[in-house]
Design a binder for this molecule. Structure first.
Ligand code: ZN
Length: 134
């Protein structure tokens, strides 16, 4: 699937403002974008670290995917996202290799990227996102 790099690491947080204070005040990173992704019921904040981003995810609803995740596991690392040239192609390849998909076809995620998730049951326990600009 031609992964080029880790596009971002997604981290579930209870409160975006509190977490931004830590990432900026302690780690010295700069939040360059805050965006709501309505269909995923999340508000996101992005930080650049080299060519990899940190994506903080705060749930806007208890019944959203991040709300449910935090209820089960608390805040912490939620997923890893790999950059690929074409996420639809990469999803298809993963499925051909026996991976259970969360998203059968890619959809629009934060920052206008085309994204799709692989189910952690098929990825050694790590919720995995594939994303591309195409
Ligand atoms: Zn993500």
């Amino acid at each position: 699937m031609n992964i080029s790099h880790i596009e971002h690491i997604g981290i579930a947080v209870n409160n975006l403002d509190e977490s931004i204070k830590y990432y900026e005040g302690v780690l010295g990173l700069k939040c360059y974008s805050i965006e709501e992704v309505a269909d995923q019921k999340v508000k996101t904040a992005f930080f650049m670290v080299g060519q990899t981003k940190i994506e903080l995810l705060e749930s806007t609803s208890p019944d959203g995917p991040i709300g449910k995740y935090i209820e089960r596991k608390g805040q912490g690392i939620h997923h890893i996202a790999f950059a690929v040239p074409n996420s639809s192609e990469a999803l298809k390849q993963a499925e051909e290799r026996g991976v259970q998909l969360v998203d059968k076809v890619s959809r629009k995620g934060a920052e206008g990227l085309n994204i799709g998730f692989l189910h952690p049951k098929s990825t050694q326990g790590v919720l995995t996102e594939l994303c591309s600009k195409e």
